[in-house]
Design a protein around this ligand. Structure first.
Ligand code: ZN
Length: 75
């Protein structure tokens, strides 16, 4: 009968260990689960080959953002 008690204690210990394992601080698993892989996080035009063009408010020409318009010389 002693092995039954030992088995019960082992089962309880296993359950407690499992609960403790599940209730761990989620910092590790959350970053693993929620964070997308670096490859996915990269934008499509990370290499700078194609940038999102913005419309020049002055002449309507599409220019790269942050650069002066070469059509109307507007800042
Ligand atoms: Zn312009």
């Amino acid at each position: 009968m002693l092995w039954k008690i030992l088995l019960l204690i082992a089962a309880i210990a296993a359950v407690l260990y499992g609960f403790r394992y599940m209730n761990r601080p989620p910092s590790r698993s959350a970053s693993k689960r929620g964070g997308a892989s670096p490859k996915e996080a990269q934008p499509d035009h990370a290499d700078g080959q194609s940038v999102d063009l913005v419309k020049c408010p002055n002449c309507g020409a599409f220019i790269a953002p942050g650069t002066p318009c070469g059509h109307c010389k507007a800042g």
